[in-house]
Design a protein around this ligand. Structure first.
Ligand code: CU
Length: 119
């Protein structure tokens, strides 16, 4: 009986280790996906894993499919999971699409998109 418990615990530990090296998931964005907001100064994106800023990027497409100028992506020094991308100029009213590509410390790369509206 004891051997079975030890084996079960080992399998559970392996399962948890697998979870820990999962790809980066976007946990929270500001602006939030699908939201309508006043012109933001920056995008702030919180991920499930530590990011490698040099190999990560975000592109923003604005009204009529125009590419929107953004400053360099930075990652906060404390958690290394929050990426900030400033807008070069305040975004005009309209629909925006954010496409992100993040590399995490475990070497994995993930992509995602979301949209928001500036009122
Ligand atoms: Cu991963």
């Amino acid at each position: 009986m004891r051997k079975i418990i030890v084996a079960t615990a080992a399998i559970a530990a392996l399962a948890i280790a697998g979870e820990a090296s999962a790809h980066a998931r976007l946990l929270m964005g500001a602006p939030k996906a699908g939201s309508t907001v006043a012109a933001p100064k920056a995008l702030t994106l919180r991920y499930s894993e530590e990011l490698v800023p040099a190999a990560s990027h975000v592109t923003v497409t604005g009204p009529a499919g125009a590419a929107i100028a953004t400053g360099p992506l930075t990652v906060d020094a404390k958690t290394r999971r929050v990426a900030t991308v400033p807008f070069v100029a305040p975004p005009a009213a309209g629909a925006y699409k954010v496409a992100w590509h993040m590399k995490t410390e475990d070497g994995h790369e993930t992509d995602g998109t979301f949209a928001f509206t500036v009122k």
